[in-house]
Design a binder for this molecule. Sequence first.
Ligand SMILES: Nc1ncnc2c1ncn2[C@@H]1O[C@H](COP(=O)(O)OP(=O)(O)O)[C@@H](O)[C@H]1O
Ligand SMILES: [Mg+2]
Length: 443
Amino acid sequence: MSSSRPSLSTPLVRSALEALAGDVLLVDERLCVADATPRARVRLGLGELLPGRPLAEVLRLPEGQGGLEALLSHGRPLDITPRGAGCSLRVRALALDEGAKRLGWLVLLSPGGAGASPEGDAEETFHGLWTRDPGMKRLFRIVEKVARTESSVLVRGESGTGKELVANALHAISARRKGPFRAINCAALPPSLLESELFGHVRGAFTGAVRDSPGHFRLADGGTLFLDEVGEIPLELQGKLLRVLETRTVIPVGGRASVPVNVRIVAATHRALRREVEEGRFRADLMYRLRVVPLFLPSLRERRGDILPLARRFLDELERQGSRHVERISPGAQQLLERHGWPGNVRELRNVMEYAFVIGEGPLLHEADLPPEFSEPRLPSASLRPARPASTLVRPVDDHDPATLRAALEEAGGNHTQAACLLGISRVTLWRRLRALGDKVSR
Ligand SMILES: Nc1ncnc2c1ncn2[C@@H]1O[C@H](COP(=O)(O)OP(=O)(O)O)[C@@H](O)[C@H]1O
Ligand SMILES: [Mg+2]
């Protein structure tokens, strides 16, 4: 009885295991491979000859601390390159115990190591932006070119697509990199405060102005000023901003003298400014001034190939800080992640992975570990999540629509932070929308 070798005896058990954990080897207590799923055999190029061979030999691991022992005792993943396999593999062992008795190990194999990519597209990290998407990579090349100039850049993209990272990159590559980089979110402040934050004020300019304040333009002198959510600047301030950009001088609020400033402007918006201009909310002359070089960042759902690798990267980051090792994302969870609409784009993905990392346990990240919105088939409202096939989920939500806002608030149980996340907008923007729409939202 004790001599019978453990096995994944039926095709059903093998398929079930493969569906849950991917490609695995079953290792007995003598450290010999007892069985393997079919794909694991293929990956290791082992055909049918597998059972009974020592694990160290099969994986070509050195015995002892750097190899087999590290794999089995610390649960840490190892990257190996098996003979005959074109790419490296990441292996991780899970101990199988019954009470105090060690029965053996499950060894999980996944494509891993540097540059492994099933799609064959090379990955690239550009100033904190990771991608495999050809469109994104083209954008990086444009950023490199534009960074060497002084032209105003307008970055357009939904929330969480990396606009601020692009602005950072533009500064970091530019000749101004030794100068300051200042960012101001134009959506976060009421108009009067925004004006003094941008242009500064003199002492006594308004109640509470107890001393002179330089403002962001002067603080960014010699460097780059990032005007985030520039589409939210109220019309009355747009004229003043344009004047500053054309004269390259600022007049602080309450002041008389104009002060010269030498600043490179990078602006960002999630809106189509042209439409804002057509609808009279944005000055055309300012749009042309800001948009000398327009850059467009695609949403995450427009580059779905990036979703799972980015998810994996965020897990790797979390593993470095936390105590949990996530070997793999279950096929069910992978599907949910790939099909999600990602209104909050990469930022939302990072938060979702952090949630799942904290909520779940063990080496497998399950569907059930994902935040509630992934497991609720209930459609909160026709406007927020249309009950049509997956492709319509990707339609950007209209966060000006009272019904959409109401649905998001309902879905979030009244929690503004969560509702904003669902809509892919900031809490401040949500607050502004709610205030603008007033009674229409509160029903
Ligand atoms: N391509 C990417 N690769 C890795 N992380 C990204 C990427 N795009 C965005 N992020 C993450 O999302 C966060 C939000 O990016 P950010 O530039 O602030 O977006 P936006 O300004 O468009 O809202 C970043 O801090 C980063 O963690
Ligand atoms: Mg931003």
